[in-house]
Design a protein around this ligand. Structure first.
Ligand code: ATP
Length: 361
């Protein structure tokens, strides 16, 4: 069954067009993560679902009901914010039961709901404490607990983990995925952290400048990005991009020439290319090989910097006349990711390469 349906939504803030032609259908029980760069509109989209912002035009349905003009409290949603938004003078128990108390539910029902949420979130020992007596991770669990007690049709999360340190974020990521599996509820989650998106989402929505660029399962987007934006946004370190020109075509094959006389042939293209087309070749850092002998595309470069990350090595290689664009490492520099630890001298000459079937055009 469809849980949330967003139909042709536009949002204008005065003269600024913040959401453009948003259409999205979310099935019951999905964990949908919205990602995109700062200012792309992900929080605005979440707030329009919550009813904290009105839409300029378009329609929203939640569990089959048209909620476009309804107040937040009437939409069957519960939202968890980055800032927790707990009441400092209330205990954990009172914070978690607050929504139900406001709704004038009987005490027995509130107690049962709080006990259940505290069990799920392992907060049984903390129920009589106030927020300031809790760790950041515990506070965030209370905020989630407050959402759970309301049994909403849809949970909305706005960067809930961004105030936590790296270790706690990792732990909370696992807890949220487990919670989702246990509750089976629809969850919509906004983050700028692509690791959160890749690990928790059943589907990722990539937003850019107020528009949806692509929607799909994490690996589907990673392996088959629909455009340059998605290719560059998902993946850390970022994909390397090299400018080229189509110099020869045959059916679904195209020969692409790059600066410095380098070239490579791509087969089985999704769309036929035209001679003279300006194109971009994309290569993920983990698909580049140092000591590229035998690769379809190989070139010489110079090591500029090496980063040892414990179980992998990132090497930044200056390829001279072969120009990269928009990568992490800056114009003209390739990022190479090696799955083990290998020492490289700065300024050493290396040969790098990749195979066309592992690259994107
Ligand atoms: P971030 O990751 O930085 O939080 P975001 O993708 O969540 O970014 P939004 O908060 O949705 O971005 O904002 C999208 C755009 O709309 C931004 O350019 C922002 O400046 C603009 N915007 C947001 N709220 C308002 C407002 N109340 N009035 C005018 N412009 C706004």
């Amino acid at each position: 069954m469809t849980s949330v349906e967003i139909h042709d939504v536009q949002k204008h803030y005065g003269g600024f067009h913040a959401l453009k032609d948003i259409n999205l259908s979310i099935e019951e029980g999905e964990f949908v993560v919205m990602v995109g760069p700062s200012g792309c509109g992900k929080s605005t989209l979440l707030k329009t679902i919550a009813g904290l912002e009105t839409v300029t035009s378009g329609k929203m349905r939640i569990s089959g009901r048209d909620v476009t003009r309804l107040e937040p409290g009437d939409r069957g949603i519960a939202m968890v914010f980055q800032s927790y938004a707990l009441y400092p003078h209330m205990t954990v128990r009172e914070n978690m039961g607050f929504g139900l108390r406001m709704a004038k539910r009987p005490k027995a029902e509130i107690d049962a709901a709080v006990t259940r949420a505290a069990n799920i979130l392992r907060l049984e020992e903390q129920l009589e404490k106030r927020p300031k007596q809790l760790s950041g991770g515990q506070r965030q669990r209370v905020a989630i607990g407050r959402a759970i007690t309301r049994s909403p049709d849809v949970f909305l999360f706005d960067e809930p983990l961004s105030n936590l340190d790296a270790a706690l974020r990792t732990q909370m990521r696992v807890e949220l995925s487990t919670l989702h599996a246990e509750l089976g509820a629809t969850m919509i989650y906004v983050t700028h952290d692509q690791v959160e998106a890749m690990t928790m989402a059943s589907r990722i929505v990539v937003l850019n400048r107020g528009r949806i660029e692509q929607v799909g399962a994490p690996l589907e987007l990673y392996n088959n990005p629909a455009n340059l934006f998605v290719a560059g946004f998902l993946g850390a370190p970022r994909m390397n991009f090299v400018a080229g020109k189509v110099v020869e075509t045959s059916g679904r094959s195209a020969r692409v020439a790059c600066a410095g006389g380098h070239g490579v042939t791509f087969d089985e293209l999704a769309e036929p290319a035209t001679r003279g087309d300006t194109v971009t070749i994309g290569i993920r850092p983990e698909k580049l090989r140092i000591d590229g002998a035998g690769s379809d595309f190989k070139f010489a470069g110079q090591v500029r910097l090496t980063e040892y990350l414990g179980r992998e090595t990132i090497v930044y290689v200056d390829a001279g006349d072969l120009v990269t664009t928009g990568s992490d490492s800056g114009t003209g520099v390739f990022t190479v990711q090696i799955g083990d630890i290998r020492p490289f001298q700065t300024a050493a000459s290396v040969s790098i390469g990749f195979d066309a079937r592992e690259a994107y055009l």
